[in-house]
Write a protein that binds this ligand. Sequence first.
Ligand code: FE2
Ligand code: FE2
Length: 247
Amino acid sequence: MPVVIAHVSDIHIDSEPRAAERARRVFDHLDALPADLDLVVLTGDIADHGLDAEYAGAREAAATRHPLLICPGNHDDREAFRRTLLGVPPSTEPVDQVYRTDRFVLALCDSSIPGQDDGYLADTTLRWLAAELDATPDDVPVLIGFHHPPVELNAPFVDRIRQFGEDRLAGVVARRPNVVAFLAGHAHTAAATRFAGLPLLVAPGVVSTIPLPWEGDRPVHLDQPPSLAFHVIDDRHRVTTHYRVVV
Ligand SMILES: [Fe+2]
Ligand SMILES: [Fe+2]
């Protein structure tokens, strides 16, 4: 069986029921699958304003029977994220986490910058990532996830606040051939491109969709249905992504 990872992003839980209902619809869809997923990854913008009450709502909206790994985005607050979402002692340090199995590794990096909308991987995060890669056997495929895409996506609103300093990340993955893909959110549009010679797979936004320049000048679409990505890693470590709308 291949590795199957569900990728959900940008649930933006707030005090209104709309965002929580859309997130719950996605996680209910995943929980109703007949198969067990290897992992669900949620790539940031969990709480719309980084509030503890929003993280309490997110715990319910994103509860799942599958293994789950969550990183912060620009809307999140590291202290409240740790305290209320993860249930660990609060700190303002980057929330870097790794999920290890014999079949794959997912290193989930915190690309947020407290108080800013753009992204950057701190030197401590890159050193942590390099150590995690060094600790992984050469025959185990590695996915690297974060909130902010490290390249432009031809989506002007998001491109202005993408992840910068990306050459440092490219340097970390160079000569580490078991890295198979990068995963990101933040763009609120399902997208696939390339970074550092590898696939960069962007999950759609659950809460909303950001239109592209050729789709008109509305700032955001609220009426499109929530959706998600399934990333599949086969025996040869090739990654295939399926995007799925949840009606
Ligand atoms: Fe977002
Ligand atoms: Fe974001």
